[in-house]
Design a protein around this ligand. Structure first.
Ligand code: PHE
Length: 341
């Protein structure tokens, strides 16, 4: 019996030396320490021995069992250490390599310039008022002092929908009526940004969609001087203090008087170049005092209230700032263009 035990111990330890992975180790444990292992078997045979031998064999069985368990634990630990060492070896990282650049998203150039403009207006106390892109003929034209068949409508080539009298807004000005009707007779200081649509021949200078930023101020005693001062203050915030500006008489059916507003060409500094077509000036918006008919349509008594309005094109301003020579880039979704901003 004692001899048999010694053999078991020797063979078990020898086998353990050849164990490689975790599966192997488990199999080894079942084979040498499990229920049907030779060692367990030997334990069941102990009672059959005579007392002297039983005592000695019993002690050996326990010693061997503890020894094998310890050897097993030792081997498990060694295997773990080995695995870690191997993976460290294999997955070495070179911290001196340059990092992989993460592509970072950015705002569309139109959104960028719109936000810049809104920031300037916010500083001057104007809040943003959002208005819909699909309008009725009445709001886009009629209530803005352009009754049906009025030739002034020709200034805006219009997309009609299949629903009679429902159109895509050709400018943000119908928002004036919305906000006035909502707030009358309270004073108003709002800017209305958003997309407009025109049935245009698409070219380097004209697109069928573009943003506008409308502005509207309504209250008591608002004068043309307020309009001029406010627009000049905006130009200074947008293009830098001291920028030269000028007003030119113009005409819109919904303002009276009306004026176009130019800033000094920031490309040539007023010298005259291809961007300003040799004039030294860049036109950036149309404006005027809100027409009495429009005030009345908005719910304000023109005897008591007055106001001014203006409308500008963010894409146009972005084009001037960056000398972009073709408006079609804005909606062509060409990353070579968009990634430059
Ligand atoms: N709505 C005009 C346009 O689209 C611009 C404008 C707005 C003019 C407000 C005067 C007052 O051209």
């Amino acid at each position: 019996m004692l001899e048999k035990l010694e053999t078991i111990e020797r063979e078990a330890l020898a086998a353990l030396g050849g164990v490689e992975g975790a599966d192997d180790l488990l199999r080894w444990k079942q084979r040498w320490l499990g229920k049907s292992s030779e060692l367990t078997q030997a334990m069941t045979e102990l009672p059959e021995l005579d007392p002297a031998e039983r005592h000695q064999a019993g002690r050996r069985v326990n010693e061997i069992k503890t020894g094998l368990e310890q050897a097993h634990a030792g081997r498990a630990e060694a295997l773990r250490t080995q695995a870690v060492a191997r993976s460290l070896e294999r997955e070495q990282i070179d911290v001196t390599l340059p990092g992989r650049p993460q592509p970072v998203g950015r705002l569309h150039p139109s959104t960028q310039v719109l936000r810049q403009m809104l920031a300037a207006w916010r500083q001057m106390g104007f809040e943003v008022y959002r208005s819909r892109e699909v309008e009725t003929d009445e709001l886009n034209f009629g209530l803005l002092n352009m009754p049906e068949h009025h030739p002034a409508r020709d200034m805006w080539d219009t997309f009609y929908t299949t629903k009679p009298a429902v159109i895509m807004r050709t400018h943000t000005s119908p928002g004036q009526i919305h906000v006035m009707r909502e707030r009358a007779p309270a004073p108003i200081r709002v800017v209305l940004p958003g997309m407009c649509y025109r049935y245009e021949q698409i070219s380097a200078r004209t697109e069928i969609q573009f943003n506008q930023l409308e502005g509207l101020a309504i209250g008591r005693h608002i004068t043309f001087a307020d309009l001029k001062g406010t627009l000049i203050a905006f130009a200074e915030r947008m293009f830098g203090a001291g920028v030269r500006t000028r007003f030119r008489a113009s005409h819109f059916p919904f303002t009276e008087p009306s004026a176009e507003f130019d800033v000094e060409c920031f490309v040539c500094g007023g010298q005259g170049c291809s961007v300003c077509k040799k004039t030294g000036w860049l036109e950036i918006l149309g404006s005027g005092m809100v027409h009495p008919v429009v005030l009345r349509n908005g719910g304000y008594d023109p005897e008591l209230y007055s106001g001014f309005a203006f409308g500008m094109g963010p894409e146009r301003i972005k084009m001037l700032q960056h000398r972009i020579d073709d408006i079609r880039y804005f909606w062509a979704n060409d990353l070579r263009f968009l990634e430059q901003f």
